[in-house]
Design a protein. Structure first.
Ligand code: GMT
Length: 381
């Protein structure tokens, strides 16, 4: 099939899933087109079976906010017309699903056979999408899609609760490349970062408010107070970095915390990690937790959103009430002080990650494309 995939290009979340899906589908012989405003971080190698189409925004003195959704719709129109796209799969509803609807309207009969598939990822539903300034448009655009998927059961239910959705939403969970995300020998790296054999606690996110990065630092403080010699590795960057640094100063743990910034080879950091912290206030899936688990790292998370569908309490780590620093600290100490427990959780974490194996889920998407295409074609006859 000739498939167009639309996504945000940033590190983490929906952009990673969309790009990895494109790679997986290309490996199966499909021809892929990725549309975004810049090259996605995970589209790192040159391939002849994946073409990147940058959506260019012309500036004009009248445009304080250049209309990205229109420029994107224009690229979609071009690709359907000239590249003969057979499926258009948009990741994140705003504004991608709306641009796809517009492109289809512009092309009329020429695009009748091209299904629009919208994958809901998270804040497009739970936060920004349900804001009154976007809600009606998001509602309409989801309902106009030919196929709709959500990355967790939790997100499917939230979407039905928050919007007036007439479509059946299919749950297709996020996935992981088990060969890339596996524990590998990075002892030299560990020695450099923790010369005295300190335990390594890791957090990876885009440091937005929902990630509650100050809670990560507070939990780490409990770990140190509990008598474990440890180093905290903070991977990623974003608006709350300063708040996290501020918390480090308040709790006097600056010397034990390293801010590594955005990292492309997250699996290397995870390979030297003993514990992963993800205390988010909102998380529809928690791909970062799955990446850690795939590297055999036990996870302490909040029990929010889709996290319980990934991290299993008492089996792959522990789940805590939102903001319960004491519980997160206690569970962390329990794991870090008991080697047998650590090793059992670590094995279970990897095993649980196998459930989300990439090629299996890519195949589920492929079958879903076929199903939606067939039903579109038969309803047109
Ligand atoms: O978490 C983020 O800030 C990024 C965001 C996105 O849309 O790119 O992530 C969402 O989608 C990911 C991939 O499906 C999920 O693993 C994240 O849980 C979800 N984030 C939130 O719900 C906050």
């Amino acid at each position: 099939m000739n498939i167009g995939i639309v996504c945000y290009p940033t590190f983490g979340g929906s952009g990673v899933v969309a790009t990895e899906l494109a790679k997986g589908l290309a490996n199966k012989g499909h021809k892929l087109h990725i549309l975004s405003y810049s090259r996605p971080a995970r589209l790192d190698s040159l391939r002849t079976d994946i073409t990147f189409h940058e959506v260019d925004l012309s500036s004009y003195p009248l445009f304080e906010y250049p209309p990205y959704d229109l420029a994107l719709a224009n690229v979609m129109v071009d690709l359907i017309k000239f590249e003969k796209l057979e499926v258009l799969h948009v990741h994140y509803a705003i504004p991608h699903a709306t641009s796809a609807y517009l492109a289809k309207q512009i092309l009329g009969e020429q695009a009748q056979h091209v299904p629009i598939i919208t994958t809901l990822h998270g804040t497009d539903i739970t936060l920004i999408g349900s804001d009154p300034s976007y809600k009606d448009v998001v509602d309409f655009s989801i309902n106009q899609s030919d196929g709709v998927t959500a990355v967790s059961e939790y997100l499917r239910e939230e979407t039905y609760k928050k919007f007036d959705i007439k479509k059946k939403i299919e749950v297709i969970p996020n996935f992981i490349d088990l060969d890339r995300f596996k524990k590998s020998d990075k002892n030299h790296f560990k020695k450099a970062l923790c010369p005295n054999g300190e335990k390594v606690i890791t957090h990876v996110s885009n440091f937005r408010e929902v990630k509650r990065v100050p809670d990560v630092v507070s939990t780490f403080h409990k770990i140190v107070e509990g008598g474990v010699d440890a180093t905290l590795l903070m991977v990623g960057d974003g608006p709350d970095r300063q708040r996290a640094e501020q918390r480090c100063r308040e709790l006097k743990v600056c010397g034990k915390v390293r801010f590594l910034g955005k990292q492309e080879q997250v699996e290397e950091v995870l390979s030297i990690s003993d514990l992963f912290l993800i205390p988010s206030g909102s998380e529809t899936f928690g791909l970062a937790a799955l990446e850690a688990m795939s590297c055999g790292v036990p996870v302490i998370s909040s029990n929010i959103g889709g996290l319980p569908e990934v991290n299993v309490h008492g089996e792959t780590g522990f789940l805590c009430e939102l903001g319960d620093i004491d519980a997160m600290g206690d569970y962390s100490l329990k794991i870090l002080k008991d080697e047998e427990l650590h090793s059992e959780l670590s094995k279970n974490a990897r095993k649980r990650a196998e459930h989300f194996e990439q090629s299996r889920i890519v195949e589920v998407y492929e079958d879903y494309y076929k199903k939606v295409r067939e039903s579109l074609l038969s309803s047109a006859q």
